[in-house]
Design a protein around this ligand. Structure first.
Ligand code: NOJ
Ligand code: CA
Length: 544
């Protein structure tokens, strides 16, 4: 197979021909999600930071991604991994300062990398000065920026926190306040215009510092039913997302006006973009968030939430292509993030999980649209077994240990095959979450030297994708035979097929074309027109 592998050019940056310049960068960008706290520790306190990330930008450039999205970097109460923000226009001193962020953006730009920040408009931290003022005085203007209800025996409605327990907690003076996540994350009242105004200031603050856009947390939230009526049913975490059973809490029509205003702000900064986290069950409803005058993208989580089955994957791909196609937006494909168990583990663990994660990566990177890669997935990191005593996730603590929580996908990155795995400088404090003893085997330094590693598969795939017009863009058709799924994409008169065998047995695949890349090293052509595709393997075949 090696002989037939397409040559990987040393430059991985996509070069736009003049006639393509009209297509904005984000439509087919590969975006790398940096979990800042766990990426690289520059100052040796055991916590990842902006200086550490800045020093590792050449790695992201070498890997071949187009952009990075940084999980929240703001001062925070620390109750939910930084998603409880106490100051939206500052940097948490644990991570550096605003000058560090500006320096990062500048270095990234010099390497051709875009930078997206995370913005969290649904709730603040309970440490935010607004909430503190609201607690101190029920009649303060700040109190109307949250959802308070008078003291009473029972909470005002039947809403539940996504992290477990009721969505209402009491203030020290007996009032109720709403929090759809942890009690330390009070929900904002977007019917108060001061809230919208302040967020627009925040957007401009960071856009003025040169960032290329934002990932928008809980973008389907913000507005609640005006009368805070009971939800008709209970949310089940097995669903793809929220549906009519939670109709009072999520997806209120008013929220779309927020995205229209934010889009107008971004339009003042050409080339910037918004990608929304929209956890709704119906793909058509999700796509509405990326209509031409709203956010540029909304994540498609179907593959992230699908088990290893060609039928589920086919449905995930088809439904997203259909829904986003109708509004003219690219699909933003996601297989892993900081909220979900690592792919290798989700897909079965061990060698099987590893083979499947490799195959899934090729499928994702072949699909038209933009692709998001969660830091560490390119190393094939499994879900780490974090001891309960070290866990930080409120999901674990609020469920009384019933739900294992998300710490296992947030463990620091292994960079070197040394005892501390190079996350912090030598002789530093312990990492903020313990790194499993055997993670040296996943180290970047080790995988970079191994042609067959997961890391080199990603790197090759990104390089081939950057060169081939039909990988990451174009028109796609999806077909399935049993456990074999084929996506055929065509752009500029050239076609590529990604064939993925999700079954238990090898299959014979007709290949009238050139094998560009395979997720498994042992794939061979059995004749000029066919190849044996092992179980849990994907290939890219260019039609000549
Ligand atoms: C979604 C984020 O991805 C998750 O990590 C966070 O806990 C919730 N939103 C609440 O902000
Ligand atoms: Ca640090």
């Amino acid at each position: 197979m090696a002989a037939r592998l397409a040559t990987v050019r040393s430059s991985t940056r996509r070069q736009f021909a003049p006639e393509q310049a009209a297509s904005p960068w984000w439509r087919d960008a590969v975006v790398y999600q940096v979990y800042l706290r766990s990426f690289a520790d520059g100052n040796g306190d055991g916590i990842g930071d902006l200086a550490g990330l800045r020093a590792r930008l050449p790695y992201l450039n070498w890997l071949g991604v187009d952009a990075l999205w940084i999980n929240p970097h703001y001062p925070s109460g620390g109750a939910d991994g930084g998603y409880d923000i106490s100051d939206y226009r500052a940097v948490d001193p644990e991570y550096g300062d605003v000058a560090d962020l500006e320096a990062l953006v500048e270095d990234a730009r010099a390497l051709g990398l875009k930078v997206l920040l995370d913005v969290v408009p649904n709730h603040t931290s309970d440490q935010h000065p607004w909430f503190q003022a609201a607690l101190a005085d029920p009649d303060s203007p700040e109190a109307s920026r949250y959802h308070f209800a008078p003291a009473s025996e029972e909470p005002p409605n039947n809403w539940r926190s996504l992290f477990g327990g009721p969505a209402w907690s009491r203030t020290p003076d007996g009032r109720w306040y709403l929090h759809l996540f942890a009690p330390e994350q009070p929900d904002l009242n977007w019917r108060d215009p001061a809230v919208a105004e302040d967020f627009e200031r925040t957007l401009r603050f960071w856009l003025d510092r040169g960032v290329d856009g934002f990932r928008v947390d809980v973008a389907y939230g913000l507005f609640k039913d005006a009368d805070l009526r009971n939800n008709p049913g209970e949310y089940s975490p097995t669903l793809f997302g929220h549906g009519p059973e939670q109709a009072m809490t999520w997806n209120q029509p008013e929220v779309h006006d927020v995205w229209r205003r934010w889009r107008a702000v971004c339009d003042e900064y050409p080339g910037t973009m918004l990608v929304g986290e929209v956890c709704l069950a119906d793909p058509a409803e999700i796509a509405l968030y990326s209509r031409p005058d709203e956010m540029h993208q909304a994540f498609s989580f179907r593959l992230l939430k699908s088990g290893w089955s060609a039928e589920s994957f086919a449905d995930g791909v088809r439904s997203a292509l259909d829904a986003f196609g109708k509004v003219g937006a690219p699909v933003s494909w996601v297989l892993g993030n900081h909220d979900k168990d690592r792919q290798v583990t989700r897909f079965g663990g061990g060698e099987v999980g590893d083979a499947r994660a490799r195959a899934a990566a090729l499928l994702k990177l072949a699909l038209p649209g933009s692709a998001y890669i969660y830091a560490g997935d390119e190393l094939g990191l499994p879900q780490a077994d974090v001891p309960d005593a070290a866990k930080k996730d409120p999901i674990f603590h609020r469920s009384g240990g019933e739900r294992s929580g998300r710490d296992g996908c947030r463990v620091p990155m292994p960079w070197n095959a040394t005892p501390g795995v190079g996350f912090s400088p030598r002789g530093s404090a312990q990492p903020w979450l313990p790194i499993p003893a055997d993670w040296r085997r996943y180290a970047v330094s080790r995988q970079a030297r191994d042609d067959r590693s997961m890391l080199n598969l990603y790197r090759q795939a990104l390089a081939v994708r950057a060169e081939h017009p039909a990988l990451g863009s174009g028109e796609a058709t999806v077909s399935r035979r049993g456990e074999v799924l084929t996506v055929r994409s065509t752009a500029e008169g050239r076609s590529v097929r990604c064939v993925i065998n999700m079954g238990d047995h090898p299959v014979l695949v007709r290949t009238a074309g050139t094998l560009l890349l395979s997720s498994a090293p042992q794939v061979t052509h059995t004749s000029r027109r066919s190849l044996a595709l092992p179980a849990d393997t994907a290939v890219w075949i260019a039609e000549d």
